[in-house]
Design a protein around this ligand. Structure first.
Ligand SMILES: Cc1cc2nc3c(=O)[nH]c(=O)nc-3n(C[C@H](O)[C@H](O)[C@H](O)COP(=O)(O)OP(=O)(O)OC[C@H]3O[C@@H](n4cnc5c(N)ncnc54)[C@H](O)[C@@H]3O)c2cc1C
Length: 293
């Protein structure tokens, strides 16, 4: 299929892009890398009247370390994240996760801002932003606002962004001393969207975890920061404590059903990932005996 007819405008600045969005309201759509928007338009899942192409706005592209904050511009492409030494040093979870997004051709065009604004519940980056405690920076006619990642994603392809707002950057704390991470996803083939995935970050203090953020994707209508993680903070984890956390996780998740997996299978895979994650982060293979929860 081909997209329905639409008008096209190439924004020359962020202010220009915001003016275009303000004057067309819900009828306008931002175009970044086009890797999700163009397929959706060709399938006529969306038919905007106007495309506002922000792809030429260099001010929205790039990665910078400012004190203990890592700033990633919205137009930074997946491939740039993958290759960045700043990201590898200060947010290694992202380096690992981005390698699982689609294939090189898509990573060469797709952007961080596009992925977050698109908010596919099976996407890697939204969950990573929850695990890393990132803030999403949005700019609109009323100025700039900062939204915690855990308040940003509201449902399938739904976010806190208004139709007249641009996602301009994401900011995250640089990895702390003792910081460790875990990333794994189950997918039919490498590069496919995940059936279930987990992005996690913790700070180790001796044999315990001082902080532990457990962000699942592919198990509901948005990425989920699991409350069950709290049961594993500040304690020496035993098989019994882990089993309790795993039971709590199972009760907390509300997985969906589709042709890839039933809710029961998704819940099971999420618990398998929890055991693998905790065993890996604490370097305690005994907690993952048999490879499952
Ligand atoms: C075959 C295939 C496989 C894929 N596999 C994966 C995968 O495994 N994991 C994964 O995460 N993704 C996957 N993707 C999607 C890909 O990562 C996209 O690049 C990404 O989801 C969107 O980024 P984009 O820059 O291309 O955004 P676009 O397609 O340009 O835009 C996506 C949406 O976000 C909005 N938008 C974009 N930028 C902004 C902004 N700055 N401010 C406000 N709104 C904005 C657009 O209006 C649109 O609604 C796949 C895509 C394809 C085609």
């Amino acid at each position: 299929m081909k997209a329905a007819a639409f008008a096209y405008a190439r924004a020359t600045s962020v202010v220009h892009a915001l003016e275009l969005l303000a004057s067309h309201g819900e009828g306008a759509k931002v175009l970044s890398g086009g890797q999700s928007l163009m397929p959706a338009m060709n399938l006529r899942l969306v038919s905007p009247e106007l495309i506002v192409d922000i792809g030429g706005l260099a001010e929205l592209r790039g990665i910078a370390v400012k004190g203990d904050v890592l700033v990633i511009g919205a137009l930074t492409r997946h491939v740039d994240v993958l290759k960045s030494t700043d990201i590898r040093t200060h947010a290694p979870l992202l380096t690992e996760a981005v390698a699982h997004i689609a294939h090189p051709a898509i990573r060469n065009r797709g952007t961080v801002g596009g992925s977050l604004a698109h908010a596919d519940p099976a996407s890697e980056l939204p969950a990573c932003m929850l695990a890393l405690g990132a803030d999403i920076i949005a700019r609109g006619p009323r100025g700039e606002r900062r939204i915690a990642a855990e308040d940003f994603f509201s449902g399938i392809y739904e976010t806190a962004l208004g139709p007249d707002e641009l996602l301009v950057a994401v900011e995250l704390p640089v990895a702390r001393k003792g910081g460790v991470h875990f990333f794994h996803e189950f997918a039919r083939r490498h590069g496919d969207f995940a059936i279930v995935g987990l992005a996690a970050q913790a700070e180790l203090q001796g044999e315990t975890m001082a902080g532990f953020r457990l962000a699942y994707f592919g198990v509901g209508d948005k990425p989920i920061l699991a409350a069950a993680a709290r049961r594993l903070i500040g304690v020496v984890v035993t098989s019994s404590i882990l089993a309790d956390a795993s039971t709590a996780l199972g009760a907390e998740l509300v997985p969906h059903d589709d042709q890839q997996a039933s809710p029961a299978m998704r819940r099971h895979l999420a618990r398998v990932l929890l055991a693998r994650c905790v065993a890996t982060l604490l370097n305690r293979p005994d907690l993952n005996a048999g490879g499952a929860a």
